[in-house]
Design a protein around this ligand. Structure first.
Ligand code: AHM
Length: 335
């Protein structure tokens, strides 16, 4: 192996970025390193899913009334345990837990960050070997250091995000994370067990040709939304329609494609789900932060996702997200 390697690991990259700020304490870099460690452990288990008796419903039902798979529980526990041992995490909120978990040992009480995550998104895809992912975001707490963190630290607007990211367990495993400095992607190099910089300064194309939605829900949508979907399918040479339709049913996978190739992803409200299906804190906020840092848009249809003041840990919101021009067109048609 050439010792003058060109590979840059995620740790080297976060250290390089934090050196650009004289006030940086390196705590955010440590948290990102810990999350990447947890995701490597999850990845290992995801890769083995077909081999061991870990597939299938675990029988428990999560707070949204959905059946949990064993891998969801595993991923949740790994993230909680790694972050509990982290030097810089005051507490967590997870899509799989009713309430926040406070880390109240003497060291964690002094930590200034809290972390929210969806440990394994798109879990209905596990059985069929399609891509799934982990989504996370990091906030600076608002309660005083030295005290236990509270719900107030988690119920912050998305525009207060310090860093957000996802890991996609797909044909290769990749971690993408965003800070105010931009969005970068790291592919897991299995031979050294490190995420290495592979997609520098990711920008979401301003336009695209793919729309991503559960089209089976069309009859439950309001007429304006139905017209928008009809518009996506219409023949128009000038606007290069019809668009292609792609929908895996795994937000991380559908949005990863949207960010890289351009497009729009939507999960609107419908007659069965007045607020849509996806969760503000664990899915919509982190994904909107990443997409917006890459130059795209994340909206509920009537306001930017990142401007919502959350009132509940498990709040759901409708979402329209992706390439700037495509989302703007959708918003124009549904307003
Ligand atoms: P899950 O993690 O229980 O599978 O649910 C979350 C997923 C998102 O990843 C995805 O975008 C959406 O739910 C799919 O929902 P639907 O099957 O209603 O289209």
């Amino acid at each position: 192996m050439n010792p003058n390697r060109h590979l840059m690991t995620i740790d080297e990259f976060t250290i390089y970025q934090s050196r650009q700020f004289s006030q940086s304490t390196g705590e955010l870099s440590i948290l990102l390193r810990d999350i990447s460690l947890a995701c490597k452990l999850i990845n290992k288990q995801v890769n083995k899913a077909g081999l061991v008796d870990i597939l299938g419903a675990h029988g428990a039902v999560n707070v949204q009334g959905e059946e949990q798979m064993k891998l969801d529980i595993f991923a949740n526990e790994v993230l909680i345990n790694v972050l509990r041992n982290s030097a810089d995490c005051a507490g967590i909120a997870s899509e799989e837990n009713d309430d926040i978990i406070v880390f109240d040992d003497a060291h964690s009480l002094q930590s200034k960050y809290v972390v929210m995550f969806d440990p394994l998104d798109g879990s209905s895809n596990i059985d069929v070997n399609a891509s799934i992912g982990t989504i996370f975001c990091i906030y600076k707490r608002v309660t005083p250091l030295g005290t236990p963190c509270t719900r107030e630290d988690f119920l912050q607007k998305g525009n207060k995000t310090m860093a957000a990211g996802y890991v996609i367990y797909g044909s290769s495993t990749m971690m993408v994370y965003a800070t105010q400095l931009g969005v970068n992607g790291f592919t897991l190099e299995p031979s050294i067990g490190e995420f290495c910089l592979s997609h520098k300064d990711i920008k979401c194309p301003v336009d695209g040709k793919i729309y991503s939605v559960n089209q089976g829900n069309t009859n439950k949508l309001d007429p304006k939304l139905q017209s928008y979907l009809a518009y996506c399918m219409e023949n128009d040479k000038e606007t290069k329609r019809p668009y292609s339709h792609r929908y895996i049913g795994s937000m991380v996978a559908d949005l990863h494609r949207t960010i890289i190739k351009g497009g729009i992803f939507l999960y609107p409200a419908d007659s069965s789900n007045a607020s849509g299906k996806l969760r503000l804190l664990y899915e919509c906020n982190p994904m909107s932060y990443i997409v917006e840092m890459a130059g795209g848009i994340g909206s509920t249809g009537s306001q930017p996702i990142l401007d919502i003041m959350p009132t509940e840990l498990h709040q759901r919101v409708p979402i329209f997200i992706g390439s700037k021009n495509m989302v703007e067109k959708a918003l124009e048609m549904i307003s």
